[in-house]
Write a protein that binds this ligand. Structure first.
Ligand SMILES: C[S@@+](CC[C@H](N)C(=O)[O-])C[C@H]1O[C@@H](n2cnc3c(N)ncnc32)[C@H](O)[C@@H]1O
Length: 212
């Protein structure tokens, strides 16, 4: 049986795809890349380690080099630290190292261990997802606790940034059959929605008797 895989795709409508942001003013200079970095932490990092079965995509749709996508693969990544400044420094280096000329128009190219970049935008992510069951984390969807599928082996969640999803993205996700699902009745920060759905999957993977 194929190993299980969780993927999170965070759409940064204005998050910068170039390295010209300031570490001392991340929210103000990066199109709210800080929101996406907190999503990386929530999806990928646990206390003292990385989730090896998680892949995170950051879709960067802002700035002069957009679109670009960063892919963090928990099975391969090294030196990913939980604090926002370290993550921002890492992303800055990756964006600087991957110049337009060296990166093909489509497909992911590894820049650092477990961190790859693509210039293809959302289309490249969708191609990379293969046969994963796709969900949209969406405040207006049915409740995650009513879903019987979260334990499935290959699952992908699309996550909005501080502005949610635009209409074009929603239409693209509908076209691939992604279904909305909510983690609760309140509109949360994106990283909190990721932490909660991760916890729901963790809980569903543990046999009931061991909760006792
Ligand atoms: C800050 S929220 C976006 C709020 C934005 N004003 C809107 O109207 O969409 C960021 C993202 O977190 C996720 N999210 C927030 N609350 C959620 C919930 N209760 N259930 C599922 N996803 C949620 C969604 O993907 C959302 O796009």
């Amino acid at each position: 049986m194929a190993p299980s895989m969780r993927r999170f795709v965070v759409i940064g409508q204005q998050a910068t795809a170039s390295d010209d942001f300031f570490l001392d003013d991340l929210p103000g200079s990066s199109g709210r890349l800080d929101v996406l970095l907190r999503c990386v932490r929530a999806a990928l990092l646990v206390s003292h380690g990385l989730r090896r079965d998680v892949v995170v995509y950051l879709v960067l749709l802002g700035g002069r080099q957009a679109p670009r996508v960063l892919r963090f693969d928990g099975a391969l990544a090294k030196f990913v630290r939980p604090d926002e400044r370290s993550l921002a420094t890492l992303v800055k280096k990756v964006l600087a190292a991957a110049g337009d000329a060296s990166t093909p128009a489509h497909g992911f190219v590894e820049v650092k261990a477990g961190i790859a970049i693509s210039r293809g935008g959302l289309a490249d992510v969708i191609a990379d997802l293969g046969r994963a069951t796709a969900y949209i984390l969406d405040e207006s969807g049915p409740d995650v606790r009513d879903s019987k599928e979260l334990g499935c082996d290959d699952i992908a969640f699309f996550v909005g940034d501080h502005r949610g999803f635009d209409d074009a993205t929603r239409a693209r996700l509908a076209a691939i059959g992604a279904r909305s699902i909510r983690v609760g009745p309140v509109s949360l920060h994106a990283e909190d929605a990721i932490a909660i759905v991760s916890n729901e999957i963790d809980r569903s993977a543990v046999p009931r008797a061991s909760h006792a």
